[in-house]
Every structure is written in C-alpha cells, then in structure tokens.
Design a protein around this ligand. Structure first.
Ligand code: ZN
Length: 91
C-alpha cells in the first residue's frame, strides 16, 4: 500500500467540523472557502492558509516545510515507514 502524502491542499470546508482550524502561520481562524494546506500530525490535523504556506519561519525554512515535517511525523506515528525522518533523526 502506497504511503499517503504528508500534506494536502484543500478548499477549507467547515460544515462537517466541530471547530475551525487556526492557521499555524498567521494564527487567524481559517474560514470556509479559503484555500489551505493541511497535514495530519501526530496529535491531530494542522492547517495553514495556502497564502501563508510559503512564509518563512526562519531563513530558508517555510511553513510548508514545517507542515511536511509534521505530516511525516504523523505518518510515522501511525506506523508508516518514513525513512526521510530516520535520515534527520538518526537512531
Ligand atoms: Zn494564515
């Protein structure tokens, strides 16, 4: 079975959700109809606006990179093999 991707882009829908996500980059609530980058992290789904995804956290590191890392950590927590993380965090 192919590993799911760490992140995905979606037009944010709130209808089926109990609460809206807060953007990890600008900290505003993500509204219905806004484009978002989502990741299923180890402790639940996280999201940033698509417009915020390429904002830099530090030089050369964007929120998109953080989302990828959180998503990969989430996949690993759910039992997927994630060799990329083994490269970064040697055991
Ligand atoms: Zn944002």
């Amino acid at each position: 079975m192919k590993r799911p991707s760490a992140t995905w882009e979606a037009v944010y829908k709130a209808d089926r959700r109990k609460h809206h996500h807060r953007c990890r980059a600008c900290n505003r609530i993500i509204a219905t109809g806004e484009r978002a980058l989502m990741a299923r992290a180890a402790r639940g789904t996280v999201a940033v606006h698509l417009d915020c995804a390429d904002m830099q956290v530090v030089d050369g590191h964007t929120y998109r990179d953080s989302m990828e890392a959180w998503g990969l950590a989430g996949l690993k927590a759910r039992g997927w093999r994630v060799p990329e993380l083994d490269t970064h965090y040697a055991r």
